[in-house]
Design a protein. Structure first.
Length: 288
């Protein structure tokens, strides 16, 4: 209960506010005078003078504490006891604002950002990891960088690297592949092409293609090629053999040598690198 009136104690000084709390042992009174809070206690019931009137020195005694100015921790920490959480909870759409330049920890201690449930960690601007790593302490745990919608993960001009001759591994899950500009550069299973008069290749599906020739065919110019990537076509003669293969204008061969092996069940491989206009190819014959 808060009484919005003046109250006079033994020193006859007018106080600005008075709070009275009552329980089974008597009254507990808080008074405020020009920003200084005092506690007056009366043990038991009945009339008489207060047992004590002392300045309030413990926040526990103040049920609605407010800061009148910036809080100076004076080199101390804000801590909890018994493994309890320290919760900073803005009201409504309020946010926690860190005005310092760094979010750091003590010596060799972790800084853990752990959203609850399906919550996420959002950065409204650049996140500078300095010389540190983005790691997971969970055994075999994943580190997931997942842009929203059509967003992408951008790497600065310094590139991605490792230290101490370490490997740089890209390990897709399941049948997933490693893609560059939407086209795979590895990890994808070979794509079986449809055997037909004009054989079509969609390079967005993979970079290794197979086909068993059941007649004389033409390998049309591929679609969705990526500059600088290399592609492979593996052609197998059917049980009859002697199937021929013509090529779209994009396929360029050294000295125009591109006739397939004619023996039944023979396997030939065409390997070509795309320069933005043409596929510079070579034919490796009779691989089986």
């Amino acid at each position: 209960m808060t009484i919005l009136t003046k109250w006079t104690v033994a020193d006859t000084t007018a106080r600005d506010a008075l709070e009275v709390h009552y329980n089974e042992v008597g009254f507990h009174v808080s008074v405020q005078d020009a920003g200084t809070r005092f506690v007056a206690k009366k043990e038991g019931t009945g009339s008489g003078v207060w047992d004590s009137i002392d300045p309030m020195t413990d926040l526990v005694d103040d049920t609605t504490p407010q800061l009148g100015a910036a809080l100076d921790c004076n080199g101390k920490s804000i801590t909890s006891a018994s493994n309890a959480d320290v919760t900073i909870a803005p009201n409504g759409t309020g946010v926690v604002v860190l005005s310092a330049t760094e979010l750091s920890s003590g010596t060799n201690e972790d800084v853990i950002l752990n959203p609850n449930g399906t919550g996420v960690i959002q950065a409204g601007a650049n996140v500078d990891l300095k010389t540190f790593s983005l790691v997971t302490t969970t055994t075999n745990g994943n580190v997931i960088v997942a842009p929203n919608g059509t967003g992408i993960v951008q790497i600065g001009s310094t590139g991605i690297g490792t230290v101490s001759n370490g490997d740089l591994d890209f390990v897709p899950h399941g049948t997933g592949g490693v893609l560059v500009s939407g086209s795979p550069i590895g990890g994808k299973a070979a794509v079986a092409l449809t055997d037909q008069a004009n054989i079509a290749t969609d390079a967005a599906l993979g970079n290794v293609f197979t086909c068993t020739l059941g007649g004389n065919r033409t390998l049309d110019n591929p679609t969705n090629l990526v500059v600088g990537l290399t592609y492979m076509w593996v052609f197998t003669q059917d049980g009859t053999g002697s199937r021929t293969l013509a090529y779209g204008a994009m396929f360029l061969f050294e000295t125009n040598t591109h006739t397939l092996t004619t023996a039944a069940a023979s396997v030939d491989t065409i390997i070509g690198t795309y320069d933005g206009t043409s596929l510079h190819c070579r034919l490796e014959k009779a691989m089986a």
